[in-house]
Design a protein around this ligand. Sequence first.
Ligand code: SAM
Length: 285
Amino acid sequence: MTTTTYLEKLYSGYGQTFTLDEVLFEHRTDHQELIIFRNREFGTVMALDGIIQTTERDEFIYHEMMTHVPILAHGKAKRVLIIGGGDGGILREVLRHESVEHVTQVEIDQAVIDMCKQYLPNHSAGAFDDPRANIVIADGVEFVSECTETFDVIISDCTDPVGPGEVLFSSRFYEGCKRCLNEGGVFVAQNGVVFMQPDEILTTRRRLGPYFADQSFYAAAVPTYVGGVMTLAWASDNVELRQLDVATISERFERSGIDTRYYNPALHVASFALPQYVVKALDAL
Ligand code: SAM
């Protein structure tokens, strides 16, 4: 029996393939093409519009780095906003912080939440039922443009800037996030694999930079975000938050009582060190 394969369509001339050992769900939702399948290396895998979003085996890396870095750097985060994140991994990690009192999650596609609850249950691990969680089905850019609530940390766990995710890389979105952030707040966002998508961070610097005193990036090595390290965007008006030392972060991490598999305080601090080609590209703007 020949095994069919799934070819990621993110790059026209390069990509990764997965053996399609079992297709669990495949359907065009109101917003995007959603497939969830089993793969012998990475377990259950979810893709949207041909782009790998998350896998059972390596999801912890991205979800830990997108949550514990901003929350522990902030130090007193009580209210968190998540944009996107339909698989529930970000929500799960945010809610592990007992100091967090309220999380609003704004996801455009209810089908992603429903199907990930069913086929990737360990991603959310019950987080969607946490009394602190408020799930809103809406377009993230509309939400932050009209929202009257404010937050200490905003996490944009969006798809790539194609299809419904494109607006989450716009100046209008960043302006809305700035408006919804409390003083000293932190904004982070998935910002692509910089070696393969260098324009993404340059566009983010141009569009996000004007709204914040400190805009930079940090990195995480996620095996199924192929082509190099995954770049995560950072923005805050409190320039000290990105400069905190390992001792400070360690004290906060210990106090949180959270056990991780990828994140640790040394990696937190080191993740803000960027490759020279990235530094030069940003300096040249
Ligand atoms: N970790 C993945 C990555 O880095 O590519 C992203 C994971 S998550 C599945 C991306 C989520 O963003 C999806 O659930 C998608 O439905 C949601 N999304 C896309 N565009 C959106 C929008 N404009 N507003 C809110 N959610 C959106």
